[in-house]
Design a protein around this ligand. Structure first.
Ligand code: CAA
Length: 412
């Protein structure tokens, strides 16, 4: 663990050293964070049984146990609104002038999903609301935009939502890595949970590893190629991070990676230690990352939300980590990636929601293979005719159906 609390950054590099914020400009970062997910859970044991393969390919090989699935009256808007409602209930709306909604699984080509959330939560009209898109990177892109807004005016707060339904074609390599979840968090100056340091490592390369044309409900992916593209992007973002004032590998206490499946993070950590630190074997890398896995193993891939669920798992774990540095690596296929670091704030535990989060996992309704198959197509691409949805969700918000091409939402 790092003991150096006096790390400084170059003059004018951003919001000052988060660990020494008292002597410099106020650091900004995450004040509060919560998640929501779909109504159903599907154990990968059912999928393995149907496929006639050993379930340990999923439980151990890719490190996934279950996936969440939305009910037909749920989608990214209802999940995002449910997560954001928890943030508003605790913090109010004072100072929030921007709502950023990050998603890969957008429900409209024009209107931001955030505007529907804005209406459902009855937020003040004096708010700018935007959707960000770059595959799984969109959530971290939104976080960086939020930090920029807060740096410009530390009185302002930004509500960020990252929500996705990850859906691949049946009987493809991606099928066991589907999932659904939303994370909402509040970005502000002088935060109580995570202060984000100014150095950023960024990397873009035009690669065709995972994409979803407008006419498709399901993503297309070149699975093995995407793993290599992720690892190359990690190395690229890490070197850019170091070239822009980032701390040494050994000064970072925890690593939180985008987790399309949790084993991907293990591969990434092995690669990063080869590049930057003392090379770790797979088992040691897995042990070092284990506190970040709990939620994603149960929820499946949630694209933009996945990295934040890794962070939430670390926060909600029994580790006591005030003052420690967390390195974040976000990867959005296509591909854009970023590495940056945040510092856990003293007293962060007073702001957690551990029981609430465990309750959300437990409240899901388990389903078997036939029901999973029936739910798999989803509703949004084929929704060209009017329809109403069955009432299923336990979320405070419902997707009610489609009328004259408009999606209808309401309180449950
Ligand atoms: N017990 C234990 N382990 C087993 C096993 C068993 N019975 N059977 C197989 N395994 C192991 C294999 O040895 C392998 O381990 P290693 O990766 O350590 O070699 C692991 O299980 C997976 O087996 P396969 O490589 O045969 O699996 P696959 O080819 O069927 O699927 C995948 C792997 C291609 C990555 C697939 O999960 C996929 O297509 N996923 C979707 C794409 C994806 O998530 N890519 C990640 C990077 S892109 C990104 O991050 C953006 C995003 O969110 C999509």
């Amino acid at each position: 663990m790092s003991t150096d609390n006096t790390q400084t950054f170059p003059e004018g590099a951003g919001n000052g050293d988060a660990r020494t914020a008292a002597s410099g400009p106020a650091a900004s970062g995450i004040q509060d964070i919560a998640f929501a997910t779909g109504h159903y859970s599907f154990d990968l044991a059912h999928l393995a049984e149907k496929q006639g393969i050993d379930v340990n390919k999923y439980y151990i090989g890719i490190g996934q146990e279950k996936m969440s699935l939305p009910a037909e009256d749920e989608d990214i808007v209802t999940m995002g609104a449910a997560a954001a409602q928890r943030i508003i209930d605790r913090n109010g709306t004072d100072g929030i002038r921007t709502l950023l909604f990050a998603t890969e699984s957008g429900i409209d080509q024009s209107k931001s999903a955030g505007v529907y959330v804005h209406g459902l939560l009855d937020l003040p009209r004096e708010v700018r609301t935007i959707e960000t898109k770059m595959a799984c990177y969109g959530g971290i892109g939104a976080l960086q935009m939020a930090l920029g807004i807060v740096a410009r005016n530390p009185e302002e707060k930004v509500l960020v939502i990252a929500a996705d339904v990850a859906r691949y074609d049946l009987e493809t390599s991606g099928e066991p890595t589907q999932g659904a979840a939303a994370v909402a968090f509040l970005v502000q100056a002088d935060p109580d949970i995570l202060a984000i340091e100014p150095a950023q490592g960024v990397y873009t390369l035009d690669v065709q590893d995972f994409w979803r044309p407008n006419y498709r409900n399901t993503a297309l992916v070149d699975g093995k190629f995407s793993v290599g593209a992720y690892l190359d992007a990690l190395v690229g973002a890490w070197h850019d991070y170091r070239a822009h004032g980032g701390v040494d590998f050994d000064d970072i206490d925890w690593f939180c990676y985008h987790q399309p499946f949790t084993k991907m993070a293990v591969k990434a950590h092995v690669r990063l230690t080869e590049e930057a630190g003392t090379p770790l074997e797979k088992a040691d890398a897995a042990a070092a990352l284990a506190p970040t896995f709990g939620y994603n193993q149960q929820l499946g891939n949630s694209y933009t939300a996945s990295i934040f669920l890794g962070f939430l798992a670390l926060l909600d774990s029994d580790q006591e980590i005030p003052g420690e540095r967390v390195g974040f690596f976000s990867y959005g296929s296509g591909a854009v990636s970023e590495f940056f670091v945040g510092v856990i704030q003293p007293g962060y535990r007073d702001h957690l929601r551990v029981q609430e989060h465990l309750g959300i996992l437990d409240a899901r309704e388990p389903i078997g293979y036939d029901q999973y198959r029936a739910l798999h197509p989803g509703t949004f691409v084929e929704a060209q005719e009017n329809f109403t949805t069955e009432r299923r969700t336990r979320s405070p918000f419902r997707f009610e159906g489609v009328e004259e091409g408009s999606r209808l939402y309401g309180r449950a």
